[in-house]
Design a protein around this ligand. Structure first.
Ligand SMILES: [Zn+2]
Length: 195
């Protein structure tokens, strides 16, 4: 699995041009059909995704390429999930967040629990990313609690990304930098993710 640019034409050009690297061996990826279709719940309504599949010319492993607007195993757009996390860190409970975003309360509670459970690891990962993106970066000021610290590290890493690569929605950057695993609960994958 690989998180790629949300613009399909860019992905297609990169894939055909051999500019995408295999997440397993860093070999060159080439086109390899399509993965199954899935529905993504977005803030502006449902969207049908048909992710590209790629195969590595080195290790011959195949990888599903998900656009950066998703997270692994989540049916909702990452920006919607991110809005819930931001509101929660701001002090709002999961029920009002859920009704405002039009998402079931249990789903929002699940996101927030996963984020809280992985907060220390998320903070560590995004702090590493921020420093890798901007070696001149000063210390990140503690925000006072684990989830706020994790969110602050995300924001700092996203700002460093934008300075380096240009404007991109914050939560798309988060999906990229966590390889889609922000809420996957697979903490070892998060911890070993390479920039
Ligand atoms: Zn490979």
């Amino acid at each position: 699995m690989l998180i790629v640019c949300a613009e399909q034409a860019v992905v297609e050009a990169d894939l055909v041009g051999g500019r995408l690297a295999c997440p397993s061996c860093r070999g060159e990826l080439g086109p390899w059909g399509w993965a199954r279709e899935r529905v993504l719940r977005c803030s502006l309504g449902d969207r049908l995704l048909r992710p590209r599949r790629a195969r590595c010319r080195g290790c011959v492993e195949t990888h599903v390429m998900l656009p950066e607007l998703v997270l692994l195993c989540r049916q909702d757009e990452v920006s919607v999930i991110g809005a819930a996390i931001e509101a929660h860190v701001g002090g709002e409970g999961h029920r009002p967040i859920a009704s405002r975003l039009g998402v079931p309360a249990g789903t929002v509670r699940g996101w927030l629990r996963r984020f809280a459970g992985g907060a220390e690891l998320i903070r560590a990962l995004f702090t590493r990313c921020a420093v890798a993106l901007d070696p001149q970066l000063g210390p990140i000021v503690p925000a006072g609690c684990a989830i706020a610290d994790a969110l602050e590290a995300l924001a700092v890493a996203a700002r460093a990304w934008v300075l380096r690569f240009g404007p991109t929605p914050v939560w798309w950057i988060v999906s990229r930098l966590s390889a889609g695993g922000l809420l996957s609960g697979n903490t070892s994958a998060l911890a070993t993710r390479a920039l």
